[in-house]
Design a protein around this ligand. Sequence first.
Ligand code: TNX
Length: 505
Amino acid sequence: MVLTHSLPLVPVPASAVAGDGRMPLTSATRVHGDSPAAAQLIDAVERRSGIRLSPADDATKPGDIALRIDASVAEKEGYTLRIGDEAELVGSDEAGLFYGIQTLLQLLREDEAGWGLLRADIADAPRFGYRGVMLDVARHFFGVDDVKKFIDSTSALKFNHLHLHLSDDQGWRIQIGSWPLLTERASSTSANGDPGGFYTKADYRSIVEYAASRHMIVVPEIDLPGHTHAIGVAYPELVEAPVMNDNLISDSERLGQPLPVAGERYLGWGVGHSSVRIREEGTYDFVRDVIRELAEMTPGPYLHIGGDESHGTTQEDFDHFVERATAIVVEAGKVPVAWHEVGAADGIAEGTVGQYWGMTTPQGTHAEEAAHFVERGGALILSPADATYLDMKYDKDYPLGQDWAALIDVRSAYAWEPTAVLDVPDDAILGVEAPLWSETVGTLTEVEQLVFPRAAAQAEIVWSPKDAPERTWDSFRVRVGSLSPLWKAEGISYHPAAEIPWSRR
Ligand code: TNX
């Protein structure tokens, strides 16, 4: 019989067999291999255990850890890890080595005898190539150090894309040289009137580089044509007057928030009231400049142009805008990504990637809109709101988060299957992204309480084989509970959900 939760690993590997006992880890343990991953391993082991391992380049001895790369051991980003009398980690590439180290760190445990690595024989590679998390830095701004910590904690779960929501009604967060007033005038506040901020180009580049060192690709988003009130604070000529809608008015009353006023900073959370001027050529000069500058500082393939919730815009104008905007991204040499509403437009640029944020059971026209990206030669990223949205409350009394899509406890975050949501071929699904919208969270500690442990559920859904024997809730809840000492050592403020048996060491 296969033992369930025999190894405390999340996401569960494609294949993992537990061995007998542990390989002791002491200050005499040495790390072989000249990859940057060796130094990352040494630092992470020290953070976790206080033990500083030393690098070595002679022959391996029992008790040592050896790292190397061999493209033939696994698919892209895969690895094998064998821990016996010594530990041997072979990555199929640098990313594979990095992910193998994350697995090894989860096997590092302390008991009466001291620190050791649980013996195991593992062969692993991801199910999907796009494994994303999103951070909304527009509703609340998070500085460079916070973003780097977010990269550390999520890349440890083998996420490989970081989507940054860089602009919204409440603020513009990225320096654009050709339109300097965006950050001079439209970045100083956040939702609720909290302090804002923005990334200089140097800040943004340092995030991109840091992410790359953890094998994460940054996907920058400028949300258009709606969610653009802040643009009008800097350049009023680029936007329409706010268009009120019923939800906006009732939400403003319920939450005691002001309604948007043209040209003034917006401090509420209402959506769907703003738009750039779609029939003015000047708008496209703006869009072209912003996309060009963003493309120049983004080495990754994707550039996200938003497209959600343009409630005050006619369908004809919306289609006209997104057809032009996706073409502008292609001209800038990038692959456009857009929220699924953009799939309503016939002529979106070929190859545009859609991000589906409807429900796990699609409503209205959402599935059709999503499918249109595939018909145009594109693909899909799945972010069903009732399963993957990290800003939904765990339960109705949870102090942070919203509840419009669902209450999402850890179990329901885990209970969905990416290929069962839409009627498209499996290979049209690039992967899964879990978004963290930040209306209700202003500090990284609060962000982490919403993200952990639910991001671990999405990590397993997008990484692990669908039919792995341990891909079950009963196994997952024990395995994720076993991560608490590691998360504590890394200073991650996870939510200690009552569904999970959290282990002490
Ligand atoms: C919907 S999801 C939005 C965001 C909000 C979020 C809050 C999406 C594409 N749009 O503007 O922040 O709900 O949960």
